[in-house]
Every structure is written in structure tokens, then in C-alpha cells.
Design a protein around this ligand. Structure first.
Ligand SMILES: Cc1ncc(COP(=O)(O)O)c(C=O)c1O
Length: 261
């Protein structure tokens, strides 16, 4: 499949634009020239050439991401025509696979009636009802556009409900790019967060306590030290590699947060 990227001279303005498709594709063990070509264009237009850092695929050793052309059932097909079994499923939500005919039909029907109104629709209420029926812990639903907004809203709600400022998160866990959760661990068992990214202020990170994952002692220390509004965790942390909770760790977490109020 030929490279699809059409270059516009003004597009090469990004300071970190990749040099050329050849330069970015030399380390790959199969032909991804069309992806490399699109990446060169993307790197001049979008920071890092992607809309979310993980999509750069650097953590899996790639010099450029694979650009997806389409998905079908359990497969992804990239712009070079390679087919992949999709174990990622859009990082979780794509439980019905790609382009299931019923889903496509429902989306087409909805789109034909208009796509955005800035006013409530009954369909939202139906969706909220479906979600709360299927997820026992979900009593009410606020629909948002991204995981970042969901985590940000949950933290704000927890702070408002408890009157407490501090939150605990686990080292290596990712909860979106909200300032207060882009905190890195310092040294020690449980540490005040330090900004994990330029642009995050020290004050935005200081209410975040960072605790090592799977460390009951550190968790206990953090929760004893001061009252916290919330503990955020990925029950199966995927953003530090898939590191399952040690036996009993999630149960202990539930026990400690209940005791902490
Ligand atoms: C556990 C978790 N929370 C939040 C987010 C942020 O989601 P979004 O990129 O939709 O803002 C991610 C994204 O990778 C995530 O894995």
C-alpha cells in the first residue's frame, strides 16, 4: 500500500518533527513505511505526532507508531496493510470488537438525527440507566469525554464530600493528564507528590501522596499519616506494564479506605 500522507510545506514546522520516513523506519523489523510517512507529517502538526503519549508506542520500542487504517471484529489493519489481533481493544472499552454491524447501525441512526446539541437527550438517560444496571457500584452517572475528566471529577467530588484535600495514588499508575495526578514519587515509603511533568506546579502536586503499588506497609503509613479524600488505583495497572495486585492487596485497600472514612 503506498504512503497516504500528503505533505504541505507549511506542515514541517514542528520543532521535533521526525526527519524523514526512512529515518524513523530503520529500526523496524517489518515494512511500516506508510505509517512512518504519516508519522513524519504528524510530528510537524501534533506534539509527539500523537494525541496521547502512549500512542507514540515508544514504550514498546518503536521509533514511530503504527497508524491504523481500520478495525474489523478482532483485527486491526494498519496503513501498510498488516493485520493484527487486537488485544488492546481501545484500552478497554471496545468489548464488542471493531465495527460490529449492530453498533455501526446504531451509530448511523443516531448520527442521522444530529450529533451534538448542547442540551439533554433521552438517549443519555437510557445510557446512564444501562451503565448503572450493569455496574453494581455505579449509583449515578456523569458522562464525560475522557478518562482525564472522569478522574478529575471523581477527585473533586471526593474532596467536596470529605472536606479533605489529600489524595493517594500508586507510583507508576496513570489517571489522565489532570495536573494533580501527574505526580511522581520522591524517595521513601509514601511521599508527597512532586510534579511529574513541566508545567505542573509544585502546589498542584503537593496534595497527592504517592505510594508504591503492592506495598501494604506503605499504604498503611500513608493512610495513617493524615486523612485523605480518595485513593486512586487501577485495579489491574496497565500503565506500568500489567502488574496484578498481590493476593489480598485490593481487599486490604478496601478495608483501609473504609476505616479511613
Ligand atoms: C487508568 C486510566 N485512567 C485515566 C486515563 C486517561 O484517559 P484519557 O486519555 O481518556 O484522558 C487513562 C488513559 O490511559 C487510564 O489508563
Amino acid at each position: 500500500m503506498p504512503a497516504r500522507a500528503a505533505f504541505h510545506p507549511g506542515e514541517a514546522r514542528g520543532r521535533r518533527a521526525a526527519a524523514s520516513p526512512e529515518a524513523v523506519s530503520t529500526r523496524e523489523d517489518f515494512d511500516t513505511r506508510a505509517s512512518a510517512s504519516i508519522y513524519v507529517r504528524a510530528a510537524g502538526l501534533m506534539p509527539g505526532g500523537v494525541s496521547s503519549p502512549v500512542r507514540a508506542m515508544r514504550s514498546i520500542g518503536r521509533s514511530h507508531p503504527i497508524f491504523v487504517e481500520r478495525g474489523s471484529g478482532f483485527e486491526l489493519i494498519d496503513v501498510d496493510g498488516h493485520r493484527y489481533v487486537d488485544w488492546v481493544c481501545s484500552w478497554g472499552p471496545l468489548i464488542l470488537g471493531h465495527a460490529h454491524p449492530s453498533v455501526v447501525e446504531a451509530v448511523q441512526d443516531a448520527a442521522a438525527k444530529g450529533t451534538s446539541f448542547g442540551a439533554p437527550t433521552e438517549a443519555e438517560v437510557e445510557l446512564a440507566s444501562e451503565i448503572s444496571q450493569r455496574v453494581p457500584s455505579v449509583e449515578m452517572v456523569r458522562l464525560v469525554n475522557s478518562g482525564t475528566e472522569a478522574a478529575m471529577s471523581a477527585v473533586r467530588l471526593a474532596r467536596a464530600a470529605t472536606g479533605r484535600d489529600k489524595v493517594v495514588k500508586f507510583a507508576g499508575a496513570y489517571h489522565g493528564h489532570v495536573d494533580g495526578l501527574l505526580a511522581a514519587a520522591g524517595s521513601g515509603l509514601a511521599t508527597q507528590g512532586i510534579p511529574a511533568s513541566p508545567g505542573v506546579t509544585a502546589s498542584a502536586a503537593e496534595d497527592t501522596i504517592v505510594v508504591p503499588w503492592n506495598d501494604p506497609a506503605a499504604l498503611g503509613t500513608a493512610l495513617e499519616a493524615e486523612p485523605v479524600a480518595a485513593v486512586l488505583c487501577e485495579p489491574i495497572p496497565a500503565n506500568m506494564g500489567v502488574v496484578p495486585a498481590a493476593r489480598g492487596f485490593l481487599e486490604l485497600l478496601r478495608e483501609l479506605v473504609d476505616a479511613n472514612g
